[in-house]
Ligand binder design. Structure first.
Ligand code: C2E
Ligand code: MG
Ligand code: MG
Ligand code: MG
Length: 283
């Protein structure tokens, strides 16, 4: 009996594996066509000044509108894009598209609006990133200071000197550099000293249980304190309620992103909000 149960379990396991591999394979094939078929789009999630509530800019977030599956979340297709190398062409498109869109947001006489673009590890390390960023800025006319590139701690782990060189070149162009999901990777505080970063994005996992959770409150206070001493700006991710907002403001966090302020929106909807925000001067 035990043998049979074992065999059934094996069989079940194998079928499950096959189903998953098949799903992945078909997603992979569909993703190969997605860019050309214009199924990829960027949503924009506002970033807000915590003290004044002013809309400062947006993070560009990739969405895949699959003809049959509907909206496929980035957590499901970006790992595939990374493994297959498709992230290189997708990432290039994201840069050009985000810069083009953000260039149209700038209004003479009004405060500049920034756009933040996520850069994957593979895209960062393949070598042409600096030229691609230059190209996206030149083609769109977006001032470099209005572009922020978000990298995660995993990007910084791939060999110190080449990473510093790339970051230095981007920095020299005037682009801002943000460390995304801070505190979740194999964080080394040495990163903060070695790399020419401008912004720390405090990961959502530390924000979720604020202000009640004492441990999270302590971690967030420590991150904000350290960032302040190092001259880094701070962005809190995933701010969903008023109590979190009030706590972060009191703790000296500068910028917030989250459902409390705005969800990621299609470009036109984000632009409508931006239009309202710039018509009404911040009080
Ligand atoms: P991320 O860069 O950390 O982006 C923030 C994620 O948190 C987004 O998920 C956003 O929708 C979500 N979020 C924002 N505010 C809230 C909130 O208040 N509550 C909750 N529960 N979630 C919130 P999304 O759009 O699903 O993106 C997931 C991840 O996919 C991103 O995490 C980023 O790592 C990656 N990604 C998205 N777009 C791109 C891209 O263009 N290129 C690359 N390489 N990665 C991307
Ligand atoms: Mg990000
Ligand atoms: Mg993040
Ligand atoms: Mg995150």
């Amino acid at each position: 009996h035990a043998k049979e149960t074992g065999r059934n379990r094996m069989q079940f396991y194998r079928e499950e594996m096959n189903a998953r591999a098949l799903e992945r394979l078909s997603l992979e094939q569909a993703l190969r066509r997605a860019l050309e078929a214009q199924e990829l789009t960027l949503f924009y999630q506002g970033q807000f000044d915590l003290a004044t509530g002013r809309l400062l800019g947006a993070e560009a977030l990739l969405r895949w509108q699959h003809p049959e599956l509907g909206l496929v979340p980035p957590d499901r297709f970006i790992p595939i894009a990374e493994d297959t190398g498709l992230i290189l062409s997708i990432g290039r498109w994201v840069l050009v598209e985000a810069c083009r869109r953000a260039a149209s947001w700038q209004r003479p006489g009004q405060a500049p609006v920034t756009v933040a673009v996520n850069i994957s590890a593979r895209q960062f390390h393949h070598g042409d990133l600096v030229a691609e960023v230059e190209h996206a800025l030149a083609q769109s006319g977006l001032p470099a200071a209005q572009l922020e590139l978000e990298v995660t701690e995993s990007v910084l782990m791939g060999g110190i000197q080449p990473v510093i060189d790339t970051l230095d070149q981007l920095k020299a162009m005037g682009v801002r550099l943000a460390l995304d999901d801070f505190g979740t990777g194999y964080s080394s505080l040495a990163y903060l000293k070695r790399f020419p970063l401008d912004v720390l994005k405090v990961d959502r996992s530390f924000i979720r249980a604020l202000p009640q959770d004492q441990d999270d409150a302590a971690i967030v206070a420590a991150i904000l304190g350290m960032a302040g001493h190092l001259g880094l700006a701070t962005v809190a991710e995933g701010v969903e309620d008023e109590a979190q907002r009030a706590h972060l403001l009191a703790q000296g966090c500068q910028v917030a992103q989250g459902y409390l302020f705005a969800r990621p929106l299609p470009a036109e909807e984000f632009e409508a909000r931006l239009g309202e925000a710039t018509l009404t001067p911040a009080s």
